[in-house]
Design a binder for this molecule. Structure first.
Ligand SMILES: NC(=O)C1=CN([C@@H]2O[C@H](COP(=O)(O)OP(=O)(O)OC[C@H]3O[C@@H](n4cnc5c(N)ncnc54)[C@H](OP(=O)(O)O)[C@@H]3O)[C@@H](O)[C@H]2O)C=CC1
Ligand SMILES: CC(=O)C(=O)O
Ligand SMILES: [Mg+2]
Length: 632
């Protein structure tokens, strides 16, 4: 069932995408038109094991030799150089001989487990996080399977390097850490030729794109083209945490310049040395980009918008959400992870979500996204919309958002949360006035939750809920230790970047959870891709939030964590994807038909395996197509 559904989707994608316009072989054939079934047959008769998936064969250009014998069509050396095929010292002696690379590797054959141990030893030798990042990216460039196995086996240790906080540093120093091409740069000068640039990307079966224009990289501001570290990092998590195949993922940075003078002055800056292009030129480039994605990869290629500046993020989401398969992670993914944390917190506070008063420090993409999803969740509890909105107080750079604020600065998104109240300037005053039970920070103002504010939260609440969501760590509104120590250890705390365990004076151990959209987007994307969902409406976000909250165990809560441990995140992704897929079929939003009988099996069958596949022989440049070394 799973297979037939996915093959159907493949057919559909081919029809919709550019590859269908050129005379490509049918989906069930390899590049030379040989049906895969025939290749399978010949493997069976040759007795040779092959664990390449059809997609992988398609990707590496696997074809049959004249005698029907399957070959990889690549040289043995290619197998060492191609990160998707390389196994390093894990190539068996037989494979080394078949591939003609015998002698090019040290004699010993290693297991992948032994290689993972070596990775651990190697990375531990670096003290500087940026050097660890460079090591990991080097590993990804050398041996994809090993990289993903290593990250997947050590999520809690590796995520802070591949992702926040270190990825922020890597973006700031991108000119220094850049080694090999990874991802696609599309600049304002490519306007009119975006499709041609997309065609330069060598993979034809891209299912997910993460795109940034670098204007709001984490809480670090406008880093221009150096923002590329973010799509690369997010997509590494697509594979490591969501099982989406690496070759189906494409990181893209749209370079329209940067307004950060220090970047423009930096001799190592890798992007266009000009100030940001805005207005119609920018819009036309983005429109052309979206059209080009559909033309090249099909209507159901997912485009995740990431770290765009506030004004463009909301505008582009509204413009594209009903037309393309797209979502904005900072608005919608963040909303889902934060609401998941809030739903889990209700088990500790014994409240309904609607019983809470929530104060937000920040009224941007993250904060407004969360606020809107809170309203949706409260409505689900039977609370009228207006009442739900009244329970949410938002503070931006000009103070509390109130109706007719003299300082102005209200847009349509903020206005929906404008309180009927006199202006209030500081967060401390707002906390005094609103007496919130939940305080959420997403304004990238490090240390904004002062001890005074935290103590107030403890005065008003038996269990104050404190989320310091800003990234990276330097921008967090408070540390875990500050949250606990200023609330007599009563805070229920989560943060966007990880904080270490905290032991209170009384000896209680806290493991603060990471309220980061990385708990959501891998599973969400997996579900979207598997079911072929085109219209990613907000009900999917609430569903993802509920699915994640359900996974949180009593044990997690006992340690003060509102999220499952990071090592479980891949299982979380599958569970989220399952709910997404089921909901898509129930609401008629799935384009992959027929509906699979077993949803989880269907999803798992499409996921990337970090295990090595068996290598196939190359096409030898001599007539008998046989290796020149005797097989032992
Ligand atoms: N944990 C997670 O998963 C995620 C975390 N984030 C983090 O959240 C932060 C914000 O991101 P995002 O919402 O996209 O950014 P935006 O630029 O969209 O929003 C920033 C908001 O902060 C407000 N702000 C700025 N200065 C102050 C101040 N002194 N006092 C109060 N508010 C202020 C801005 O006010 P104004 O509107 O007046 O300009 C704006 O409303 C970043 O650090 C980002 O890394 C983002 C996404 C996911
Ligand atoms: C986590 C994330 O998406 C951000 O900080 O922007
Ligand atoms: Mg982001």
């Amino acid at each position: 069932m799973g297979n037939s559904a996915s093959v159907k989707m493949n057919d559909k994608r081919r029809w919709q995408s550019e590859s269908a316009m050129s005379p490509a072989p049918p989906a069930h054939c390899n590049k030379t038109g040989v049906p895969f079934s025939a290749v399978k047959q010949s493997q069976a008769t040759s007795g040779r094991k092959c664990t390449y998936s059809e997609m992988e064969r398609d990707r590496i250009g696997l074809w049959g030799s004249g005698d029907g014998q399957p070959t990889s069509g690549l040289s043995g050396l290619d197998h060492l150089k191609h990160p998707g095929l390389n196994k390093g010292m894990a190539f068996t002696i037989e494979e080394r001989q078949l591939l003609g690379i015998h002698g090019l590797l040290p004699p010993r054959v290693k297991t992948q487990e032994e290689q993972v141990e070596l990775c651990k030893l190697s990375i531990d030798r670096y003290e500087n996080p940026l050097n660890k990042y460079i090591y990991l990216m080097g590993l990804l460039d050398r041996n994809e399977h090993l990289f993903y196995r290593f990250v997947a086996d050590n999520v809690a240790e590796m995520m802070p390097i591949v992702y926040t906080p270190t990825v922020g540093l890597a973006c700031q120093k991108f000119g220094l850490v850049y080694r090999r091409p990874r991802g696609l740069f599309i600049t304002i000068h490519d306007k009119g030729h975006v499709y041609d640039v997309l065609k330069n990307w060598p993979e034809t079966d891209v299912r997910a794109i993460v795109v940034t224009d670098g204007e709001r990289i984490l809480g670090l501001g406008d880093l221009g083209a150096c923002g590329m570290g973010i799509p690369v990092g997010k997509l590494a998590l697509y594979t490591a945490l969501g099982g989406i195949k690496p070759h189906q993922c494409l990181p893209i940075t749209i370079d329209v310049g940067t307004n950060t003078q220090s970047m423009l002055d930096d001799p190592l800056y890798i992007g266009l040395r000009q100030r940001r292009v805005r207005g119609s030129d920018y819009d036309e480039l983005l429109d052309e980009f979206m059209r080009a994605v559909v033309r090249r990869y099909g209507q159901n290629c997912l485009v995740q918008f990431e770290d765009f500046g506030n004004a463009n993020a909301f505008r582009l989401l509204e413009k594209y959400r009903n037309k393309y398969c797209t979502f904005n992670d900072d608005i919608q993914g963040t909303a889902a992870v934060a609401v998941a944390g809030l739903l889990a917190s209700l088990r500790l506070t014994q409240k309904r979500l609607s019983d809470n008063v929530i104060v937000f420090q920040g009224a941007g993409e993250a904060a407004l996204g969360i606020a809107e999803l809170c309203v949706m969740a409260m409505k689900g509890e039977g609370t009228p919309e207006q009442e739900a909105r009244c329970r949410i107080w938002m503070v931006d750079s000009k103070g509390l958002i109130v109706k007719n604020r003299p300082e102005g600065g209200l847009n349509v998104h903020k206005e929906r949360f404008a309180q009927d109240h006199a202006p209030v300037r500081t967060l401390a005053e707002v906390v005094e006035v609103a007496r919130p039970s939940v305080l959420i920070g997403a304004a990238a103002i490090g240390g904004a939750f002062t001890p005074e504010i935290l103590r107030k939260m403890a005065n008003f609440n038996e269990k104050p809920v404190i989320f310091a969501l800003s990234n990276p760590t330097s921008k967090a509104e408070c540390t875990a230790e500050e949250a606990y120590s200023n609330t007599d250890d009563r805070a229920i705390f989560a943060s966007g970047s990880p904080f270490p365990e905290y032991r209170s004076k009384s000896g209680a151990l806290f493991r603060p959870g990471q309220g980061n959209n990385s708990y959501i987007f891998p599973g969400l994307a997996l579900g979207i891709i598997c079911a072929g969902i085109l219209d990613i409406s907000d009900d999917f976000m609430l569903l993802a939030a509920e699915a994640l909250a359900e996974i949180v165990s009593d044990d997690d809560l006992a340690y003060g964590s509102l999220y499952p441990p990071l090592h479980m995140i891949k299982d979380c992704s599958v569970k989220i994807a399952k709910k997404i897929v089921e909901h898509a079929y129930n609401t008629g939003k799935a384009s992959v038909q027929p509906q699979p009988l077993d949803t989880e099996e269907f999803i798992r069958a499409q996921m990337y395996s970090v295990e090595y596949g068996a290598a196939l022989p190359p096409a030898y440049p001599w007539p008998d197509n046989q290796p020149r070394v005797a097989i032992i």
